[in-house]
Design a protein around this ligand. Structure first.
Ligand code: 0A1
Ligand code: ZN
Length: 846
């Protein structure tokens, strides 16, 4: 059933719930769920409950049986006429569900023999009849009967005995935050004493044998709890906080009240099995889910159109947390890279939507980079506009005014208006309008006066043709020709479509350091010479703008080379300077050495109105790396040796900076030594960061057979590490070998494709190989389409999300476009295609 839901159709629910009582008798294929819900009518209207795939055993109101004819199977609703209901009443239901058959991983399901749940966004309706919408909140009391040794639910334990546990969650919550776990689990435990002196028991639950891999998750949790008290004055509100790691999970993790459930890849880590990137993600996601306790749980969303209210804010908070724990400059650059790679890409294609969409067919398709990452950028802009104090005052007011409520973006904007006195009507367009503004700058220089003429423009996006001007905070600085900063960071507030700003009394013409700190999520169009870019790369005081200058220098050179021109001398010279100075900032040097990826080059070419050629881009990137390597071999080799590990592995910012610089050098050196250093590093490395880095070079240079076999022999029993093995091969293979490699791996018995991590490892590994996925013969498109069609009947959510691999197809040549469309049309024509995947394919083909 494909029904479009509209924001404008939201109506308040006419009933309140005083308490929800649930009783589970768990068996793998016939779990009984008995519910008692205390309703009270607060407005006119029938009682409408959601339920999907339930075998209803009985229904009753105040003990009187209800006619099963009230169930509207096709609509997945149970509608009880208001006329049959007293003002207050108890609704009771008994249903049977089949967790074992639940391969969609939505509702109650089994993962590795353990019962677990995923209810966001609309999973609770697969558990029992309920108003499955976020604005209906209730305290929950949950009884679990099971012979599993560990039985968990939300809130505080009331009684725990063999075979039975009772949990009570006093904080009213919507059903999407419900969770239950039952299994053979072991905990690592600790405690945290809150600001007001309450002691909270902390547990990270894992499969027996995995305990020694959960320590970093626990440390991250404790750091998160402390940080939220210090940075936002937010204290935890239950006696216990439980985290459970599960192997089968559709996304990263879930913030269920007091019982976070995590994809095990975001919990389990040791130096030998996890990379620096894995450690950083674990810390960030543990923080993210914990921070949801206030931004998401205590204050939730009125409806799913408001998803970015909790997600944008919580991503913004987790980004702040990571920058406080690690390096703020590196974190900002990483976040900008992610935003460009995922959100700008989304915004430039058929899936573009505003951070707050106003319609959808399947809400699970809207857990997007736009809702999450752009949602966070919008908050960053708000903070820049109202200042740190204004931001803090607004947040204090938000928590104060809306605690216990289900809110909207309007509520959010209003607290900023009330706390700061600013009119934010124009700012709100960032939430309601789709598309990435293009900011053009032209400069005029006369007699010591510099005038900056800005223009903003947003190209049409699906359903939105013309978009009015937005307020754009443009942070700039000015760098004199000798490298001195002549104007420190200044924020220009652009509110018109075209606007000019002038600076007087300047001795010599400076270079504009534009969009410092990436002060707004826009693309920039400006003319700059390579020498000006090199000047900023050498002297800019803002780390993001400095990195961006080098990045633009590289991007321009790569694009020119992909057209067959000679370019890159300034970049090669600038890299010499960076390498001489590398030891003053290891992480920064590593970031600058990493050339823009092929996907980004293609995006930039497409944005200028030209058709990107994947093979030419691949060749241009390799060629430029060859030239840089040849020119700077001694310095790269010296740095590579200097960055060898000193002492035991530490997953901190300093250690990871050294390793990232070492691996950046290795990528260049491998082009000269035929990956000989990579071979040696693979054999001797004591940590997964270097091991995987070396393996990737060996694959890229076609000499990885032995290393891959050794890796497999060592890690055969470790699912998470084997996911890396499945991912790096299609990712790093030469483009003309990538599809065949993916096919070979997919035929292996250990390609357990029903496990979302394993499926994603292989398929997303291939789609991230730009020239491999976009092979001119269409084999990449065909291969991915075949696998999406195979997965859809089993797991629609994961299938639908992975359709975004095709969102960029319209930018390529007619041959590729036709082949990609043919692949998508095959998916669209599949009988019984899920609503999730159908919506995605239809939007991409539109
Ligand atoms: N709220 C979670 C993300 C999440 C959303 C949906 C899920 O299943 C469909 C699972 C997790 C977060 O932001 O972390
Ligand atoms: Zn979240």
């Amino acid at each position: 059933m494909s029904v479009t839901q509209y924001l404008a159709d939201w109506r308040p629910y006419p009933y309140e719930i005083a308490e929800t009582r649930l009783e589970f008798s768990l068996t793998p294929n016939a779990t009984r769920v008995r519910s008692q819900i205390e309703f009270r009518r607060v407005a006119e209207g029938d009682l409408v409950l959601d339920g999907a795939g339930l075998r209803t055993v009985s229904l009753a109101i105040d003990g009187k049986p209800l006619d099963a004819g009230l169930i509207r199977e096709a609509e997945e609703k149970l509608v009880i006429p208001a006329a049959e209901l007293p003002e207050s009443f108890t609704f009771e239901a008994e249903v049977e569900i089949d967790p074992e058959a639940n391969t969609a991983l939505e509702g109650l399901y089994l993962s590795g023999g353990m019962f677990c749940t995923q209810c966001e966004a609309e999973g609770f309706r697969h558990i029992t009849w309920y108003p499955d919408r976020p604005d209906v909140m209730a305290p929950f009391r949950v009884t679990i009967h099971s012979d599993m040794p560990v039985l968990l639910s939300n809130g505080n334990p009331v009684s725990v005995e063999p075979g039975k546990a009772v949990w009570h969650d006093p904080w009213p919550k919507p059903a999407y935050l419900f969770a239950l776990v039952a299994g053979e689990l072991h905990a690592i435990s600790d405690s945290f004493t809150t600001l007001s002196g309450r002691k909270v028991g902390l547990n990270v639950w894992v499969r027996p044998g995995d305990e020694d891999r959960a320590g970093y998750a626990m440390e991250s949790l404790i750091r998160s709890m402390k940080w939220d008290e210090e940075a936002y004055g937010r204290e935890y509100d239950l006696d216990v906080f439980n985290i459970v790691a599960v192997d089968d999970f559709n996304i990263g993790a879930m913030e269920n009240k007091g019982l976070n459930i995590f994809n095990s890849k975001l919990v389990l880590a040791t130096a030998e099995t996890a990379t620096d990137g894995d450690y950083e993600r674990i810390e960030g996601v543990i923080g993210h889910e914990y921070f949801h306790n206030w931004t998401g749980n205590r204050i939730t969303c009125r409806d799913w159109f408001q998803l970015c209210l909790k997600e944008g804010l919580t991503v913004f908070r987790d980004q702040q947390f990571t920058s406080d724990m690690r390096s703020a400059a590196v974190k900002r650059i990483h976040d900008v890279q992610t935003l460009r790679a995922r959100q700008f890409r989304e915004d430039a294609g058929p899936l573009s939507h505003p951070p707050r969409p106003d319609h959808y067919q399947e809400i699970n398709n809207f857990y997007t980079a736009t809702v999450y990452e752009k949602g966070a950028e919008v908050i960053g802009m708000l903070k820049r506009l109202v200042g740190d104090e204004g931001y803090r005052a607004a947040l204090d007011l938000y928590f104060d005014r809306h605690d216990g409520q289900a809110c909207t973006i309007e509520d959010w904007i209003k607290v900023f208006e009330d706390a700061t006195g600013r009119d934010l009507a124009q700012f709100k367009r960032w939430y309601t309008d789709a598309g990435t503004p293009r900011l053009s700058l032209s400069e005029e220089w006369t007699d010591g006066r510099l005038t900056l003429d800005f223009r903003q423009h947003v190209a049409p996006t699906p359903g939105q043709q013309d978009k009015p001007a937005r307020v754009i905070p443009i942070a700039i600085g000015l760098i004199g020709p000798n490298g001195d900063e002549v104007l420190p960071t200044t924020v220009l507030e652009m509110t018109q479509e075209m606007q000019s700003f002038s600076f007087d009394g300047l001795g010599a013409r400076p270079v504009v350091s534009l969009l410092r700190g990436f002060s707004a999520p826009v693309t920039v169009a400006r003319e700059m010479t390579a020498d000006e870019q090199a000047l900023l790369l050498a002297h800019d005081t803002d780390p993001y703008a400095r990195w961006q200058a080098g990045h633009d220098l590289a991007l321009d050179a790569l694009i020119a080379r992909s057209r067959g021109e000679t370019a890159g001398m300034e970049l090669i010279r600038a890299i010499g300077g960076l390498l001489d100075d590398a030891e003053t900032d290891l992480a920064f040097t590593a970031l600058c050495l990493a050339l823009p990826g092929e996907e980004e080059i293609a995006t930039t070419i497409a944005a200028s109105g030209t058709t990107p050629d994947p093979e030419a881009i691949h060749a241009a990137r390799r060629g430029l790396m060859d030239d840089i390597a040849t020119e700077h071999e001694p310095a790269l080799a010296r740095l590579y040796d200097a960055m060898a590990p000193q002492g035991p592995y530490q997953p901190d910012a300093e250690g990871s900076a050294r390793r990232s610089l070492r691996l950046a050098c290795l990528a260049y050196l491998s082009r000269l030594d035929g990956a000989a250093r990579a071979d040696a590093l693979f054999a001797e490395a004591g940590n997964m960061t270097e091991r995987q880095g070396a393996l990737e070079q060996l694959i890229a240079h076609g000499r990885a057979d032995e290393a891959l076999a050794a890796f497999e022999a060592e890690f055969r029993g470790n699912r998470l590490v084997m996911d890396k093995w499945f991912m790096v091969q299609p990712l790093r293979s030469a483009p003309d070998a990538a599809v065949a490699k993916a096919g070979e791996l997919a035929a292996r018995p250990d390609f357990d494709w029903k496990n979302p991590n394993r499926f994603r490892a292989l398929i997303a590994g291939l789609t991230a190989n730009h020239a491999g996925f976009h092979a001119a013969d269409g084999s990449g498109y065909g291969f991915v389409a075949d696998w999406l069609m195979k997965l859809d009947p089993v797991n629609p959510q994961t299938t639908a999300r992975m359709c975004s691999a095709f969102e960029t197809i319209s930018r390529y040549d007619a041959g590729r476009r036709a082949k990609a469309r043919a692949a998508l049309e095959r998916i669209a024509a599949m009988p019984g295609l899920s609503r999730n995947t159908s919506e995605m394919v239809t939007r991409i083909l539109a």
